[in-house]
Design a protein around this ligand. Sequence first.
Ligand code: CP
Length: 302
Amino acid sequence: MKNKSLISINDYTKEDYFKILDLADDFQKNPNQKLLENHIVASLFFEPSTRTRLSFETAVQRLGGKVIGFSEASNTSVSKGESLKDTILTVNKYADLIVMRHPIEGSARFASEVSDVPIINAGDGSNQHPTQCLLDLYSIRKTQGTLENLNLFLVGDLKYGRTVHSLMTAMSEFNPVFNFVSPPSLRMPQEYKDYLDEKGIKYHEYDDLNDNINNADIIYVTRVQRERFSDPMEYEKVKNAYILKNDMLDNTKPTMRIMHPLPRVNEIDTDVDANPKAYYFEQAENGVYTRMAIMALILGLK
Ligand code: CP
């Protein structure tokens, strides 16, 4: 992992996941370890973010490092026409590590090919969000005690949702059963289903949330992502497709947990927030410890 960019969850092995999850556990117990003193992390967000950017910045500060960067490209020389390549070739002279979110699929891989310092992909279009995936694995292991043999419901925008693409790929190492719940127009892309077929992993597809959720270990809900639709009418047709309500949880397993990468629009009713099965804000907190672990390992400090 040392000095290697993290672009896709496929860049890491199952053993790498465990190394990160165990170290994240250690950071959760003891968060103020000054391992990043004398290190600078660049946080380049070409697309909006609350959790990913702020949890990375919190993680750097907890580790005693310093952050430079921007939260919107309009304040940078990109607005004067500077290319991504030139931006990266400049910033890699200032920082030891670059965390980057960008709307274009493949942009993080491209950045890693031109950069002298490691790149961490904080989301590239609809493609991948590997650090979200690792904090999701951390959250699943923490709540279920294992990653093996779980019954997982992935709900919502499975077509454009980069978080579910990364999570499905990683969890397929642990013999799950997947249940994909989405409107027909937002199904899990065929390439991901082919991947499961090749690995012999079972999956079911549903149009609606139904009584099958009573057997769920995890219900992972995602937002329908307005910003990914080229036709606003298509978004209007599906934007209210799923709303998880408190009374739908009455017969679910006591150990079941509801996750969501956030932000939420209306797909989980706010009444659910007080239900002990709601885990999405703890999940967001777990992002700090997981990102501390990822940075410490990439920078060779652990
Ligand atoms: N989960 C996630 O990526 O949230 P943000 O868009 O707020 O970073």
